[in-house]
Design a protein around this ligand. Structure first.
Ligand code: SAM
Length: 192
């Protein structure tokens, strides 16, 4: 077998291993790194913009980084830290950030994004939300149940939680937005 014949096998194995890896981590987490749609991302950005001025955003489970990057593009003055424990989506989000902030033309306002968005490895159940002004999430009911208690104990007064699809148990949202996507996705907003 020649080197040229081996390359497709190596690529196919790498793709297969990546898929298996993502599936295994998703199984452990209880959720896959499914990204939000564009209309949901814009609805979340509009909610973030209701908090005026500077703000520290924590995205609990940042996946491929598309929500975080869109929010930071549409929300001047905000800084976002994405927390993710699935390696492949995390590396993709970090690569996308480098591409957008360093390589793409100024037309996508790379200067305004630089140093305002950061994706890092972490566990959303161990991370401290004590300095968050806004928390973003798109998780699942079990995760919201675990985070509800943590948010109650750690979030500073005035902080806002914006959750895509899933409500925080035992707490009344101050607003519920129905997005214009095909699934009419709901976004829940909570004030602390
Ligand atoms: C449905 S995705 C949402 C991704 C992103 N927020 C978005 O809206 O595009 C949920 C993400 O949470 C991550 N996640 C789940 N449990 C986690 C944990 N304990 N620590 C860190 N990330 C976690 C998953 O790996 C997944 O990428």
């Amino acid at each position: 077998m020649s080197v040229l014949e081996i390359i497709p096998w190596i690529v196919a194995s790498a793709v297969l291993l990546s898929v298996v890896w993502i599936v295994l981590v998703s199984w452990r987490n209880g959720i896959s790194p499914m990204p939000t749609s564009k209309s949901v991302r814009l609805a979340v950005a509009a909610e973030v913009n209701r908090t005026l001025g500077y703000g520290n955003i924590i995205e609990a489970g940042s996946g491929w980084g598309t929500l975080g990057l869109d929010v930071i593009r549409h929300c001047p003055g905000k800084r976002l830290t994405g927390i993710e424990n699935s390696s492949l989506p995390l590396w993709f989000s970090q690569l996308l950030t480098v591409l957008i902030t360093h390589l793409l033309p100024a037309a996508v306002s790379r200067e305004s994004l630089r140093n305002r968005v950061y994706f890092k490895r972490g566990d959303i159940y161990k991370y401290s939300y004590g300095d968050a002004d806004i928390v973003l999430s798109y998780l699942f009911p079990g995760a919201m149940k675990r985070l509800a208690e943590k948010f109650k104990q750690e979030l500073p007064p005035g902080a806002v939680v914006i959750s895509v699809c899933f409500a925080l148990p035992g707490r009344q949202p101050i607003r519920t937005i129905t997005c214009k996507d095909r699934l009419r996705t709901k976004v829940y907003v909570y004030a602390y």
